[in-house]
Design a protein around this ligand. Structure first.
Ligand SMILES: C=C(O[C@@H]1C=C(C(=O)O)C=C[C@H]1O)C(=O)O
Length: 467
């Protein structure tokens, strides 16, 4: 296991070297070094501009409402994999990296390295899909922001006992650069005006027919709930700038989690999701049921009426309860004791409102977050119930590959803390081409036309933020 030492505030490169060298000498087995240094508060998008760009392999996550963010750029260690054991294999890789790693934290830098992960919706994906079914990487550069602290963590392989000096010089330079930009207000460079040249959505008639088929499967007792999505593809005149999209998303959807995953090969999957699959902090697991939707009203009175109608609508309540019960049961099967209220609250986003039940459970240290993610994904909020029959219906009825849509993206750190989001309200970007998916839950009483309206509302909100 890695040693952990601290250094009081570092003023110069020679102090950094004098701190790291003896620690490395005392740990001859270390193959990876992670170095954490304290920073003043800074804008995560500004930090990204120093560490690299959306063209690099990256994971970006920001919650504007709580001022939490993680910016992770470039791989110091990377694994791409597929198959039914992908969550467990990702955890094995993380354990192996931690076992070979030496982690050093300077005073005030009490946040360690994180491993950033993305998993596709299904365990295997078509050969043409841009994303690997599972990716986990230890970032070369990471800035983590919390309300009370900001920390740079640089990680790199130690090839031999001499070459680390050059890496350390680079770390020192980046550290100085980040400290300097923290003093300045941040603004993205102006983006050139862009426009859509072409837009094409999957056939609305085949979506309606899919909804009818799911309703027939429910009537026949093969399904309790299904979730069907539509896909929209668009081509813009110029390449879409992911940093610009994220900046817009964080302004428009400040109460959501803004995220971006890039494979460093030209594909970026980003979005503003209201849905957290699972998070762990200090031994507490937090998850939620989010299902059941209504539009926002034009006036306060109309909005409240829509919200109250949503909370009293038996069809929406059933759709929601199936999700809450599934999560409760899954956590209980993992030996946990989840707490949740019987009545869902309202979660109001700028364009839509949902039924929402927060769920929490103490999590023993022996149970990693990824084990919980493996059991929860896909919840009936994005797949349906029973899981297997719902997944088969999706494969049969959706005329496109879900890829990363509605799948888990997130991170876990060296202390077992972390967060996985559900990758909805999202888009895949490749240069000037984008692909968006959005879905809706189908239960008895669902109307194909209404589901189509709900899905299109979700698609348009995302499309409008892309250029
Ligand atoms: C599937 C999506 O959203 C899910 C479906 C919802 C619903 O049907 O009411 C609500 C929230 C999400 O759990 C999506 O946005 O694509």
């Amino acid at each position: 296991m890695a040693a952990l030492s601290t250094a009081s505030s570092l003023q110069s490169f020679s102090e950094l070297l004098a701190w790291v060298r003896p620690a490395l000498e005392a740990t001859p087995t270390a193959r990876l070094l992670s170095l954490s240094l304290p920073l003043p508060r800074l804008d995560p998008l500004a930090a990204w501009g120093v560490l690299g760009s959306s063209r690099d392999r990256h994971y970006y996550q920001e919650r504007p409402a709580t001022q939490e963010a993680i910016v992770a750029v470039g791989p110091a260690a990377l694994l791409e994999l597929n198959g039914p054991q992908r969550f467990q294999q990702a955890q094995t890789f993380i354990n192996a990296c931690l076992a070979q790693g030496l982690r050093l934290q300077a005073e005030g830098a009490t946040l360690g390295p994180s491993f950033c992960c993305s998993f596709s919706f299904f365990e295997d994906v078509a050969g043409t899909a841009p994303a690997a079914p599972a990716t986990v990487f230890l970032p070369r550069w990471q800035v983590r922001c919390q309300a009370d602290r900001t920390v740079l963590t640089a990680s790199f392989a130690i090839a031999d006992r001499e070459s680390y000096r050059q890496r350390l010089e680079e770390v020192w330079q980046v550290y100085q650069h980040l400290r300097a930009i923290a003093q300045q207000p941040f603004q993205l460079p102006p983006l050139r005006p862009n426009r859509w040249l072409e837009q094409q959505s999957s056939d609305p008639q085949s979506f309606r027919a899919g909804v009818e088929t799911v309703l027939a499967e429910i009537a026949a007792g093969r399904l309790h709930k299904g979730v069907l999505a539509r896909c929209l593809e668009a081509i813009a005149e110029f390449a879409i700038v992911p940093e610009g999209v994220l900046d817009r998303l964080r302004q428009r959807f400040a109460d959501c989690a803004i995220f971006s995953c890039g494979d460093g090969r030209g594909s970026v999957f980003l979005g503003a999701t209201p849905e957290r699959l699972a998070a762990v902090e200090a031994g507490q697991l937090v998850t939620e049921a989010l299902a059941g939707s209504a539009p926002r009203g034009e006036t306060i009175a109309a909005d409240q009426a829509l919200g109250q109608a949503l909370q009293a609508n038996p069809k929406e309540l059933q759709e929601h309860q199936l999700v809450a019960q599934f999560i409760r049961q899954t956590l209980q099967e993992l030996g946990l004791e989840p707490h949740l209220s019987d009545r869902p609250q309202l979660r109001r986003l700028s364009n839509i409102q949902h039924l929402h039940t927060p769920i929490a459970a103490p999590l023993p240290a022996a149970l990693p977050l990824l084990d919980v993610v493996a059991q929860l994904h896909p919840t009936p909020a994005v797949a349906g119930l029973p899981k297997q029959a719902a997944e088969q219906a999706i494969r049969r009825l959706e005329p496109f590959e879900r890829s990363l849509y509605a799948a888990p993206v997130g991170w876990v750190d060296d202390q077992g803390n972390g967060e996985f989001l559900v990758g909805i309200r999202s888009a895949s970007i490749q240069g000037n081409r984008v692909r968006l998916c959005a879905g809706a839950g189908i239960v008895p009483g669902s109307q194909p036309d209404q589901e189509l309206v709900e899905v299109d509302l979700k698609l348009q909100a995302m499309l409008g933020a892309l250029i």
